[in-house]
Ligand binder design. Structure first.
Ligand SMILES: [Mg+2]
Length: 373
């Protein structure tokens, strides 16, 4: 099928201003005020387009990944059949050679290939992922670190806007966390997801913080209380506190998920399309999780419209999705990179209609946000 061969690969590095600076356990001293992401655009010989997004907030290497996409991957896959997705991805994997940030690039190219394939056959990406299990996915709302009153007001506004769960960033001094959690718990009627982003350094420190916060408010789970490699510590927290632990930074790839399962390190896993290396890789982690009885959510790097659409297609196709997911990234930006109505309404995420991912580039937004090398 020569008409589906990849004729052109464009990579646009963009800088997208955030509505609010990101403050969390990882970067208190260095808040992120804009996302340095990338857009991948494939064109086949038939003129069919495929869009992907390079989304990574920590570490801030998005534009380095754009450089690698442009210089290394684009030449390697030009001329390959876009419909032969495993063949193209094998070439992407070969070029990246297992480098640590490879999943983010792989995810962007897989998105673009699935988009092009869906458009070629006239079917939505969720159909390529095995079919539709639900029409839409419930969303949680996430709150960055600021004053207790500001966090409480943000949480209440999130609930009023229809979000079904509330997540907040902890991991500051315990007194500050306690004040924030207490204020937010008073303002909303749901258990809180508390994300420490690896901020607690030892098991005793984490035990103390978890017990203190759980005494102050109903808690859904404690997300990544310890460092990403500290699986024994995560397990110890579960056993010592009896409180639910979520793995996030410890759960990037399928291999990570296997290690988590072996260590019995977490009660729930936060799975990211970008960190897993694509939609199908994320679905494989969900499958492993189902096999070992661990529920999962879909997490977010504050993806913009292309990657959020990809997450929406996966979210409606996953066999099990028991909790609200966190892929509300477009709401973090003044302006998105796609045209058309939003996918997010009343706390629900719905895949855009149409073939492929169902999104079109907003070329004016790309031109405005593009960062030339
Ligand atoms: Mg997290």
């Amino acid at each position: 099928m020569s008409g589906s061969r990849i004729r052109q690969v464009d990579v646009f590095a963009i800088r997208a201003p955030r509505k609010e600076a990101v403050r969390s356990g990882l970067n208190l001293a260095d808040p992120v005020t804009a996302s340095e992401f990338g857009v991948v655009r494939l064109l086949t010989e038939d003129g069919v387009e495929g869009l992907g997004e390079i989304s990574i907030t920590f570490p801030r290497i998005g534009h380095s990944l754009c450089h690698a996409a442009r210089k290394l991957i684009a030449p390697a896959i030009t001329g390959l059949d876009a419909l032969a997705i495993p063949t193209v991805l094998a070439e992407v994997d070969r070029v990246l050679g297992g480098e640590l940030s490879a999943p983010y690039l792989r995810a962007a190219f897989e998105m673009a290939l699935l988009d092009a394939t869906g458009r070629h056959f006239g079917v939505p990406v969720w159909a390529l992922l095995g079919g539709r299990r639900r029409d839409r996915a419930a969303l949680a709302w996430g709150i960055y670190q600021k004053s207790p009153d500001e966090m409480a007001a943000d949480a209440a506004a999130g609930r009023a806007a229809g979000f079904q769960a509330i997540k907040l960033k902890v991991g500051r001094e315990l007194a500050a966390d306690l004040a924030a959690v207490t204020a937010v718990a008073r303002a909303v009627d749901v258990p809180l997801r508390l994300d420490a982003n690896m901020a607690w350094r030892t098991v005793p420190e984490a035990v103390r913080a978890m017990r203190t916060l759980a005494d102050a408010a109903p808690v859904a789970w404690f997300e990544q209380p310890l460092g990403r490699r500290h699986l024994e510590g995560l397990r110890a927290l579960r056993l010592q506190t009896g409180l639910p632990v979520m793995a996030d930074e410890s759960c990037h790839t399928l291999r990570d998920a296997y290690e988590l399962a072996r260590a019995e390190a977490a009660d729930v896993w936060n799975v990211y399309v970008t960190e897993a290396g694509g939609l199908r890789s994320a679905a494989e982690i969900f499958a492993l999780a189902a096999a070992v009885g661990v529920p999962c959510i879909l997490g977010s790097q504050a993806e913009m419209g292309i990657a959020t659409a990809a997450c929406a297609h996966l979210a409606v196709a996953l066999p099990e999705l028991p909790y609200p997911i966190e892929t509300f990234g477009p709401l973090r930006y003044e302006r998105d990179i796609i045209t058309g109505a939003g996918m997010i309404a009343q706390g629900w995420l719905t895949p855009p209609p149409g073939a492929g991912l169902g999104v079109e580039l907003d070329w004016d937004a790309i031109r405005t946000m593009e960062v030339k090398e």
